[in-house]
Design a protein around this ligand. Structure first.
Ligand SMILES: [Zn+2]
Ligand SMILES: [Zn+2]
Length: 291
């Protein structure tokens, strides 16, 4: 089998498996390669790369950066990053600090609303990795304040919830520039979360992103409808973008998602990894082949 998964999370962000365990799971599922794309951090990459060497799974050093976008959310994927780049480290430290400042604010809001939840409980739920809203949701479920993860977001901590605290995000052009400066290829994740109003609107957004150096589009993704997939494939061709795909695996946090599954019975082949590799490391993240 030659399938790959180009969108995977570990405990370095909000996944439930450690980077090493994720690679072991990829091995168990018979994947040839996986990209570790934790939210706003490259902290899991060293462990994943080591595990990849030991287990014979190709690990692509990646990231998923949240960029500023209204009204939906924009996530920029980075592939084949030089994860030793001090410049990238410094920029990611800004995001880490912003996130660290945000969690206590959300917890304080929940406490004010009468919910007995502490920052220590949330940190414990994270298993020692990056702490974020999914861990807050986990504690709310465990304590019976909500029945599901989704309800926690809808009633309390989602973007329109009463305990929401906005977080610092880089503008999209900066997120793309960070990835390219570290030798990586930048791609747009799950375009539907942009909450664009029409295909014309999405085309407009892509025009901008491409002008800033976007080189790939996540066409294959479990939540994409056949119509979404069709539109994204079409736009990727129009803009000369590489078509990537991934499961957005989070382990037990999203138990319905399996590693390597990007849709019902759909997988992504290894060829895309070679195309990404050909584009990476040019300082541009976009070469002639990308056109
Ligand atoms: Zn995402
Ligand atoms: Zn993701």
């Amino acid at each position: 089998m030659d399938s790959v998964d180009l969108h995977v999370h570990s405990t370095a962000s909000d996944g439930s498996l450690t980077p090493r365990q994720v690679v072991a799971e990829a091995k168990a599922q018979g994947l040839r390669a996986l990209a570790l794309t934790d939210h706003d951090t490259i902290d899991g990459l060293a462990e994943a790369l080591t595990a990849g060497c030991a287990l014979g799974v190709e690990v692509i050093p990646g990231i998923e950066i949240s960029a500023h976008h209204e009204p939906g959310s924009m996530h920029i994927l980075g592939y084949f990053l030089d994860h030793g780049s001090p410049q990238l480290e410094a920029q990611l430290r800004i995001l880490k600090q912003a996130r660290a400042d945000r969690n206590p604010q959300i917890v304080a809001k929940l406490q004010k609303m009468g919910l007995a939840i502490t920052l220590a409980e949330v940190q414990q739920a994270s298993g020692g990795g990056q702490v974020g809203r999914p861990h807050i949701a986990q504690v709310l479920v465990r304590k019976g304040y909500v029945a599901t993860f989704q309800e926690a977001f809808e009633r309390y901590i989602g973007n329109h919830g009463p305990a929401y605290v906005s977080k610092f995000r880089f503008p999209p052009q900066e997120a793309i520039a960070m990835i390219r400066a570290a030798g990586g290829v930048a791609g747009l994740a799950h375009p539907f979360t942009l909450e664009y109003s029409s295909s014309g609107h999405l085309r407009q957004i892509l025009t901008q992103l491409v002008s800033w150096g976007l080189a790939a589009l996540e066409v294959y993704y479990p939540e994409h409808t056949p119509e979404n997939q069709e539109l994204y494939r079409h736009l990727a061709q129009e803009f000369g973008l590489l078509m990537t795909g991934g499961s957005d695996y989070h382990g037990a946090i999203k138990p319905e998602i399996r590693l390597g599954q990007v849709g019902p019975g759909q997988t992504v082949g290894y060829e895309i990894v070679e195309k990404l590799k050909a584009l990476a490391g040019r300082g541009e993240g976009r070469g002639e082949e990308g056109r």
